[in-house]
Design a protein around this ligand. Sequence first.
Ligand code: OAD
Length: 256
Amino acid sequence: MRRSVELLEMQFESEIRMLAEKLRGARRVVALTGAGVSAESGVPTFRGADGLWREFRPEELATPQAFARDAVLVWEWYDWRRQKVAACAPNDGHRALAELGRRSSAPFEFDLVTQNVDGLHRLAGSNPVWELHGSLWNLRCTDCSRNREDRRAPLPSIPPRCECGGLERPGVVWFGEALPSDVLAHAFEVASCADVFLVVGTSALVQPAASLPEVAGEQGALVVEVNPELTPLSGLVDLRLAGPSAQILPRILDAL
Ligand code: OAD
């Protein structure tokens, strides 16, 4: 038993070394993250055993129709999520990705693309962060379209109102809505010329984000998945590092 654990650890070490070697020779590296990267910060994922979509129905809370039906209910849910996230701090996985970003252009360009709306990558120091699904901290007026950031949690009044008097909505992408076109275009552009593409903590079920690793792989990137569980991508990636991102990402950084 002990021997097999040692063998697994040796194999893991050699995979990390191989990845570090590949990273050292890379010109462009892209990471796509999902809710799993924030799991060890205490932010619930969407589809895990304690995931948000086990407890709540997405169509009742995360669609334009739900907001049109009951803006207060939708806002109460987002305000609850904002309070939960406000109590969380970035973990070593967020910090390792921020450090990769700081090393950007030495030796490689690095882009961080996330499906997360929690803002923890920014708090960890990543900049820019390409937020495909928006941010819990942004509010957008449904009348004048003014965007603003508001980090108060709880919000002083629900539903929040713009200075023009219009109803504000959460600055996130809901089911059935288009992703921000500039962010999406950038994500596909960098995916198509990445040498290494890291897919971290996502179930890879939600499009179009789930297509990014495939595009990268088709264009010749080494695609690496960091996730304790199997996903639909697992059989397609070049390397699977099975485990929590807060442990694995710092090890990759150390090996660099
Ligand atoms: P999911 O909840 O679907 O998936 C989270 C993934 O993280 C799973 O594959 C877990 O195995 C993995 N995971 C759990 N703990 C982890 C850890 N410590 N380290 C690494 N991975 C871990 O979340 P997403 O894939 O982000 O969209 O979901 C994608 C989109 O679906 C979300 O952005 C949201 C949701 O509905 C919208 O709201 C539009």
